[in-house]
Design a protein around this ligand. Structure first.
Ligand code: GUN
Ligand code: ZN
Length: 434
């Protein structure tokens, strides 16, 4: 079979390392007039157009974008499928927000037709915003995971998801039991984990809504299958932290609850971590766990400011998360704009190259997928974006004043959103065209 080869000519930018470790200049690679060659769903070459074009076979189709930037697809390390219909729920902080808005909204996923309809909307929204991989909370209903994976599989997306485990402190209509959560998760793992580009995440919602029995079984599941993910929430809100102390008085703190039940590890992602202390960051880093930084959510629920410099000090893996529906946008560009302000409010800086890293290679490292996604190196999955420098009149005008790629990138992150994403490719296939 002849290889299915295509080439894309544009400005190309991708991260090579964390700027906090490598320094900014060594953290990225940029080709002003670059060529990306894709073969059978993988990247086969990247370089200057002038160097690669002469050796390209004559029959390879070249798409040429004159005012656009190609980057890796964005990676959203924390988002909730069943909260798509409740973005912008007014007035409450975390615990009241869950009871007033979230639980009733998630209950609709008992209906498989509803789950299928929202899964379709949700995936389209991810792709419109340039997100090619996400770590996704489904609802407590196994059919919500089925609906999501079925929709993701049709487009051959690299996605990670899991059924929420929640057997206390939530309405009866939305709780499972320790045993049913184990059996249902297991069945989903058997059916989906490792199928194509799909992966399963064991998903206890957060410590307050799981009994010790359920947390024990979650830890057991992680030991029973290789390469499973674990996702949950941690230290997002002060009232929540106090509640965990009351529910688990025998543990040293919030993270220690998860540690005790063997939920830390290289494929464990903890959302928020706004109020983590130094020791907890050190323990997360030591176990190879990651944190999802969710700025729009932390602002919207009034949760607080994530301390990225502290995470960097501990060399803790951090990805960026939209956390829709507490987060207010599916757009990773918009989320990075808010992340910048989180740093500003703490007297710190967020360079555009660190933002790029968080949204791509850093997210891939948090998910231990850096051999597959997160950059444009030969061998990586061809998950990439074409970002349009003329997406809006203001962006177009503002970018004309920009002197270099650092400034262009920062402006894209400040003014950009879904309109900026002209095309999204997954495994070499066009999955969104604006
Ligand atoms: N903590 C437990 N559940 C949730 C949720 O759905 N969203 C957020 N932001 N925090 C949580
Ligand atoms: Zn969340």
């Amino acid at each position: 079979m002849p290889a299915n080869r295509k080439a894309y000519r544009a400005a190309l930018l991708h991260s090579l390392a964390d700027p906090a470790e490598a320094g900014i200049e060594a953290s990225y690679e940029y080709f002003e007039d670059g060529l990306l060659v894709v073969e059978d769903g993988r990247i086969s070459a990247i370089g200057h157009a002038s160097e690669l074009l002469p050796s390209l076979a004559a029959d390879v189709e070249v798409s040429h974008y004159r005012d656009a930037l190609i980057t890796p697809g964005f990676i959203d390390t924390h988002i909730h499928l069943p909260q798509t219909g409740m973005v912008g729920a007014y007035g409450e902080q975390l615990l009241d927000w869950l009871n007033t808005y979230t639980f009733p909204c998630e209950s609709q996923f008992a209906d498989p037709a509803h789950a299928a309809e929202v899964a379709d909307i949700f995936i389209k929204e991810l792709l419109r915003n340039g997100t090619t991989t996400a770590l996704v909370f489904a609802s407590v209903h196994p059919q919500s995971v089925e609906a999501f994976f079925e929709a993701a599989q049709k487009l051959d997306l690299r996605m990670i998801a899991g059924k929420v485990m929640m057997d206390r402190n939530a309405p009866d209509y939305l709780t499972d039991s320790a045993e049913s959560s184990y059996t249902q998760s297991r069945a989903l793992i058997e059916r989906w984990h490792g199928k194509g580009r799909l992966h399963y995440a064991v998903t206890p919602r957060f410590a307050p809504t799981s009994t010790p029995e359920q947390l024990t079984l979650a830890g057991q599941l992680l030991g029973e299958y290789p390469d499973l993910y674990m996702q949950t929430h941690i230290s997002e809100n002060l009232q929540e932290i106090e509640w965990v102390r009351e529910l688990f008085p025998e543990r040293k703190g919030y993270l220690d609850v998860y540690d005790h039940y063997r939920l830390l590890g290289e494929r464990s992602v903890f959302a928020h971590g706004v109020h983590l202390c130094d020791d907890e960051c050190a323990r997360l880093a030591e176990t190879g766990s990651a944190v999802a930084f969710c700025p729009t959510s932390n602002f919207f629920l009034g949760s607080g400011l994530f301390n990225l410099p502290m995470a960097e000090k501990h060399r803790l893996n951090v990805g960026i998360g939209t956390d829709v529906g507490a987060g207010t946008s599916f757009s990773i560009l918009h989320t990075l704009n808010e992340a910048y302000k989180v740093m500003q409010l703490q007297g710190a800086r967020l360079s555009p190259f660190k933002s790029l890293y968080l949204a791509t290679l850093g997210g891939a490292r948090a998910l231990r997928l850096e051999e597959r996604i997160g950059d444009l190196r030969p061998g990586s999955d061809a998950d990439f974006l074409v970002l349009d420098y003329h997406a809006t009149p203001l962006l177009s005008y503002r970018l004309r004043q920009a002197r270099d790629i650092a400034e262009k990138l920062f402006v894209l992150m400040t003014l950009g959103d879904d309109r900026t994403v002209l095309q999204t490719y997954a495994a070499g296939r066009l999955v969104h065209q604006r």
